[in-house]
Design a protein around this ligand. Structure first.
Ligand code: GLU
Length: 511
């Protein structure tokens, strides 16, 4: 499954020179890959490919309670499905724990960080007090006052301690965001945040900075929900004596109701889109346009075109709205564009999943099956919609939908028309499209009716539906026996008085 990963290394250090563009996608494996995450990965990937840089995959699994192997495995699989191949990694943060401890201690030595012995209960008490006074909670820095020697003695005596970063008391932390422009935070808004927990695990900010630093990341492209972490990370870079990478915070994705896209809006996991029969290139094309536009006109982009045209400068600051209707439209367009062989094999996979065809048909589809699949190619927008469009070709018995039934019962003449057709079909020599059409033409001429007045009730009777591919094609693909049986059953059920006995549909396929 995982083909393009390098051997997982512990150091995560690479040989990318500082001048080389290097970006990373750093998901936390606490859930499946969401379309928002996929878009972040895509923007990083496009940026790297365009600049001939390096795209690193890093799994941020320091949250041991919530991180699960099945999640990161699926994230890798989804990225591969989307075609977002990575050049290095995946690196796992849980394998790099000593490095974070080392860096946190280095910061203590440089007096940029300090041990904090406040118990969770004590911190809770301070939090409650702040709430009572109606002021935002900010750690009051009480452990900063503990002399270094005493702090060390407490540690040696086995007292649990976290490490807090010492945020400068005054001044501002500013950066130039490639999308938002100048962003400025007052240091007084930031409190002395924890970088290493008392259980020895790093917090996100420390682990991310240490890794970005050691992996020579030049550009951090991520969701703008992380913008408030950036000043803390910049302070960490400065304290560790390392130049800051550039930041590009991309806009959030909202649902059609303008709230942050979530499960409430329907499918959000990439895997769900795959299951529903979206094509990876359609999803990639659609996600690329969520927050980025080339000239405001063009909507369909091949992958090489995206690589060539993608530009962070053209990414919007404003939140993007996820529009499932547009995605469906785009997917339908791609379904009609892909090569025939790929179309057939995807279509068969979905029919197989729906239980309509067996493995043998998937392996060697008969010509009639291929014809059926090609006849509906422009009638659906995602492969999961396909089985319902063609199931009547593959099942033994059909049930008329309400609509089909009322189409047949719309006129009293329809039943006798169907009966007459039935009798003529018994004698037709060749049961193919051309002869069927000739037979229909004769019948409507004699009756003085329009083709639709005959074709529609026939379609309803032999498919059970009000819509199907062309009626002559449909009938020829169903074959004489099934058409006759379905017409007879329909007449029997609806009062036309005909029944064919002893016929087992399904044995006659292709007749
Ligand atoms: N693990 C973080 C997330 O999944 C990554 C944030 C970042 O890119 O720095 O949101």
């Amino acid at each position: 499954m995982i083909q393009n990963q390098e051997k997982i290394t512990k150091s995560g250090q690479d040989n990318t020179g500082q001048d080389n563009i290097c970006v990373r996608f750093a998901p936390s494996p606490t859930g499946f890959l969401h379309v928002g995450g996929a878009r972040t990965a895509l923007y990083n990937w496009l940026f790297a490919r365009k600049q001939r840089g390096t795209f690193i995959l890093r799994i941020e699994d320091t949250d041991v309670e919530r991180s699960e192997e099945r999640f990161w495995r699926k994230i890798l699989e989804d990225l591969e499905w989307l075609g977002l191949n990575w050049d290095k990694g995946p690196f796992f943060q849980h394998e790099r724990r000593e490095i974070y401890v080392q860096k946190a201690q280095e910061l203590v030595q440089k007096q940029k960080a300090y041990y904090c012995f406040c118990s969770p209960q004590e911190l809770e008490r301070q939090r409650e007090e702040a709430a009572r006074k109606d002021i935002p909670f900010r750690y009051d820095g009480r452990c900063l006052k503990i002399p270094a020697q005493e702090a060390l003695e407490r540690i040696q005596a086995g007292k649990p301690a976290a490490i807090r970063f010492r945020v400068p008391e005054a001044g501002k932390t500013e950066f130039h965001d490639l999308i938002h422009g100048k962003v400025s935070f007052d240091n007084r808004q930031l409190d002395d945040f924890i970088i290493l927990r008392s259980n020895g695990l790093p917090t996100y900010n420390l682990a991310a900075v240490v890794d970005d630093m050691m992996m020579n990341i030049t550009h951090i492209i991520r969701g703008d929900d992380h913008i408030s972490n950036t000043p803390k990370q910049i302070l960490l870079y400065q304290a560790l004596g390392f130049p800051c990478p550039q930041f590009a915070h991309i806009p959030m994705i909202m649902g059609p109701d303008n709230t942050r896209l979530s499960k409430r809006h329907g499918a959000v996991a990439v895997g769900q889109y795959r299951e529903a029969g979206y094509l990876p290139e359609a999803l990639v094309n659609y996600l690329a346009l969520l927050g980025w536009s080339y000239d405001g006109q063009q909507t369909i982009f091949s992958i090489p075109e995206l690589i060539e045209k993608f530009d962070l400068k053209k990414v919007s600051k404003k939140a993007a709205i996820f529009d499932p209707v547009k995605l469906d439209w785009m997917n339908g367009k791609y379904i009609r564009q892909i090569d025939e062989q790929r179309y057939i094999s995807l279509a068969l996979a979905f029919l197989h999943k729906a239980g309509l065809v067996n493995e043998a048909v998937v392996q060697q589809p008969p010509a009639a099956v291929i014809k059926i699949l090609l006849s509906v190619r422009d009638k659906f927008k995602k492969f999961s919609e396909l089985p319902a469009l063609v199931d009547f070709f593959f099942v033994d018995s059909i049930t008329l939908t309400e609509e089909a039934r009322s189409q047949i019962m719309a006129s009293q003449d329809n039943l006798s028309l169907l009966k007459e057709l039935y009798e003529r079909l018994l004698n037709i020599e060749v049961f193919d499209e051309v002869s069927l059409e000739a037979l229909f033409q004769d019948l409507i001429r004699e009756k003085g009716i329009k083709m639709a007045s005959l074709a529609q009730p026939v379609r309803a009777a032999v498919t059970g539906r009000s819509a199907s591919p062309g009626v002559f094609l449909t009938m020829s693909l169903l074959g004489r026996e099934r058409v006759l049986t379905r017409l007879a059953n329909c007449l029997q059920t609806l009062g036309g008085g005909l029944r064919r006995e002893g016929f087992v549909i399904g044995q006659e396929q292709g007749s």
